[in-house]
Design a protein around this ligand. Sequence first.
Ligand code: TYM
Length: 332
Amino acid sequence: MDEKKVMLSGIQPSGDLHLGNYLGAIKNWVDRTEEFDNYYFMADMHTITVRQNPADLRRRTLEQLAQYIACGLDPEKNTLFIQSHVHQHAELGWVLQCYTMFGELSRMTQFKDKSAKHKENINGGLFTYPSLMAADILLYQPDFVPVGEDQKQHCELTRDVAQRFNSIYGDVFKIPEPYIPKAGARVMGLTAPDSKMSKSMPEGCVFLMEKPEDIQRKFKRAITDSDTENCVHYDPANKPGVANLMSIYSAVTGRSYEAIEQEFAGCGYGKFKPAVGDAVVECLRPIREEATRILADKAYLENVYKAGAEKASYVANKTLRKVYKKIGFVAR
Ligand code: TYM
C-alpha cells in the first residue's frame, strides 16, 4: 500500500481563533483528514516574539486544542501537539537560522508589519521567526502546508532554505508546497475590507467562540461599498466589502459567486449581510458547543496533547538526527 502524503500546519495561540483562521486554514485541514497523515500544532513558541501574558497564553493554547478538535480534527487521525513540547523545533530552528540569509529575513512582510506595530520590542526572535517556521515544517517532511494567503511568503522561504540545505548535503528535506484554499484564503476585516481579518480589529473580526447575536451584529454593521448600485456582484477591485462577504458566504456554503449573485438578485445589501451572518452562525454553532464541552474535560485534552507530542517527537527526531549527522555534529 502506498504511504499517505503528509500535511502539516500550525496557528499561534496569541489570540482567540477567528473566521480567517478557520476558512483560511483549519477548514482545509478537516476536509482532507482522511487522505493524509496529518500534523497540526499550537505554535506557542512563535507567540513570544511579541510579549504575552503567561496565564492567557496557557489558557489559549488549551482552548485552541479544544477548538481544533471541535472543528473536526479527530485526534485518532491527526497528530495534535503543542510546539514547545517537541524540543526538536527549537533545535532545528537554530540550525536553519544559519542557513537563512539576513536579506531574506528582512524582506518578510510579517516582520515588517510586526516591527512597525511593536516598535518598542523588535527582538531577534521576531526577525528569525521564519527559520523556526521552516523547522516546524521540514521536521515532518510534509508534502503540503495548508495555510492562508498571508503565510505563502514564509512557505516559499521554507522551500528556499530546504533547497539550499539539500544542495549542500544531499536530499535531507522534502520540498513542501503551500496549500491555499480557493475561497477564504484571505478573509478581510468586516469593518475594513482593505486589511485582513485579525484579532487586532475586534469589531471587524468574528471569533469562533463568539455568541450568535454578536456575530450577527458584526455582519449587519459590515462595511459594504458606497456605490449606488446596492447589488450583490463579485468585483473585488471596485466592491471589496461585498466581495469579502461573498467569499465568506461561498466558503461557508460551498456556493459559487454566480449562484450567490442569483440568490440575492434584486435584494440589496440589507438582506445580504444578515444572510451571511446567519450562514456563519450556523457554521460555527456546533463548533462552539463542542469546544465548550471538550474544554471542560482537562484530562482528555492532556491525553491528546501528550500522545501528540510523543508521536511528533518520534518523527521530528528522525529528521533532526539526519541533519546533525550531515552538518558534522558528533552523535550522542
Ligand atoms: P497565524 O497564527 O497568524 O495564522 C494561522 C493560520 O490562519 C491563516 N489566517 C488567515 N487566512 C485567511 N484570512 C485571514 N484573515 C487569516 N488570518 C490568518 C494563516 O494564513 C495561517 O494559515 N507563522 C504562522 C504560524 C505557523 C505555521 C508554522 C504555519 C508557525 N509555524 C508552520 C504553518 C506551518 C502564523 O503566524 O499564522
